[in-house]
Write a protein that binds this ligand. Structure first.
Ligand SMILES: [Zn+2]
Length: 450
């Protein structure tokens, strides 16, 4: 039983006890009878539902790294995340057979993650233009607990527009939803060619080739496709004001469009591209790239007023020497992405709640409750009777500095090195138990009808 803490829900916060039985929340109330319960004293602390990180690219374990998958999920838990959804895009360790068909990818993912994870997890299947039968398999994937699919409008595994629109429709008719990476190759590709031809190949030129208008244009096209397909749409890692405006407009028109941003877009600006050395900038090679201070402000406003629904980490456990290939290759060859699975709640709490930019109630909504309802995790995301006891006791006053040396993820750097943060998890329960043994389960998800 978690006793005397301030229990936070999307609609309010209140000092209460939380009784846990058989991995579920059995009661929430004042002065609950304690007999037979282990008591966790949470006085002066917040009691939060564990974060649900719906955007990660955790790599599968292999012979060279036999604990890689479990270690990144343990890192998530150390930061206050109790459920992780991950993608199986190329580069995450899935074999070529798993990559060639979504159903084979699901089978391989389940087989290769068994008894490894210390917290619950699920798969968001990547649907790519290189998988001949991907669209036919969507209904069966949904039936098997994978109702959300990621497609890319860029990269060599992009899905062509006509297939995206068809996938949206098929998914919608069977209770699923597409998650779309919105960037416009017709703007990006010529800029990259031009930069390379003129010898501007350092890491800092990556960002200049992926301007906000490339993201905004693709976002608007995606919204139009979803409207024609009469389908819901989830936009991943939205990073700029212009794309945000397009989402606001669609929502105002009543279209079921949802959008996610990531902690790095909320905490770091594109000033680092000019300020840092090329070797440091290489750590910031992500897509979309970091944006201006004005964009950062717009994203916080969007989170507050509900245009943005979710914050996900977009964790990519790259290592500088191997995946990023230090010293940096020409920027078009640098692996995109950076780690963030362990720092998600810390960054959102510190930069948002502690700085007065986000209420703690809204924080649990964008980190827990909304991800649970949008992604079909009906037993998770709230401190409420009957829900899984995925509970984080959070010290709102702790102060620390984020250092790679203190983190547990499988990457060898953090984008937040040296960032002073307020707030820290002091106890993390997964289904009512301290995180440790690999007892996390693959969660078969079902999205509730709207
Ligand atoms: Zn991603």
């Amino acid at each position: 039983m978690v006793v005397g803490g301030t229990v936070v829900t999307p609609t309010g916060s209140e000092v209460a006890d939380v009784a846990i039985r058989d991995g579920k929340i059995a009661a929430v109330g004042h002065d609950l009878p304690r007999d037979g319960f282990e008591v966790i004293d949470a006085k002066g602390r917040l009691v939060l539902p564990g974060a649900i990180d719906v955007h990660t690219h955790v790599r599968l374990s292999d012979e060279a790294h036999p604990h890689r998958f479990g270690q990144d999920l343990a890192a998530a838990a150390a930061g206050g995340t109790t459920t992780v959804l991950t993608f199986n895009n190329p580069g995450t360790g899935i074999t070529s057979e798993g990559s060639s068909s979504p159903l084979a990818g699901l089978d391989e993912f389940r087989a290769r993650t068994m008894r490894q994870a210390p917290i619950d997890f699920g798969l968001c299947s990547v649907i790519s233009g290189t998988q001949p039968r991907a669209l036919d398999q969507l209904p069966e994937l949904i039936a098997r607990g994978v109702p959300t699919f990621k497609a890319f409008m860029v990269y060599d595994f992009a899905l062509p527009d006509d297939a995206i629109e068809r996938a949206m429709g098929i998914a919608a008719r069977h209770g699923g939803m597409l998650q779309l990476h919105c960037e416009e190759p017709s703007i990006i590709d010529p800029l990259v060619s031009e930069a390379v031809a003129s010898g501007r190949v350092g890491a800092r030129y990556h960002a200049a080739c992926r301007p906000p208008e490339a993201e905004a244009l693709a976002t608007k096209r995606a919204i139009a496709m979803a409207r024609r397909a009469e389908a819901p749409l989830y936009i991943v890692h939205l990073s700029c004001a212009e794309a945000l405006d397009a989402v606001a407009e669609a929502k105002a028109a009543g279209q079921p469009v949802y959008a996610e941003t990531c902690p790095h877009y909320l905490a770091i600006t594109d000033a680092v591209y000019a300020d840092e050395s090329d070797a440091d900038v290489m750590r910031r090679v992500i897509s979309p790239p970091l944006r201006s201070a004005a964009d950062v402000d717009a994203l916080w406003t969007g989170l507050r007023d509900g245009v943005l629904d979710v914050v996900g980490s977009d964790h990519v456990p790259d290592r500088l020497d191997t995946e990023k290939r230090l010293p940096a290759p020409p920027f078009p060859e640098i692996s995109n992405g950076g780690p963030g699975i362990e720092t998600l709640t810390s960054v959102v709490y510190s930069e948002g709640v502690a700085r007065g930019r986000l209420s703690v109630e809204r924080m649990v909504e964008v980190l827990s409750a909304s991800p649970a309802s949008l992604f079909g995790l009906s037993a998770k995301g709230r401190i409420e009777v009957g829900m899984d006891a995925d509970v984080v006791v959070w010290d709102p006053d702790a102060r620390r500095v984020i250092r790679q040396d203190d983190l547990h993820h499988t990457s060898d750097f953090t984008p937040y090195e040296g960032l002073e943060v307020t707030g820290a998890p002091v106890r993390v329960l997964s289904r009512g138990a301290d995180v440790g043994p690999p007892s996390g389960q693959f969660v078969e998800r079902r999205i509730a009808a709207p």
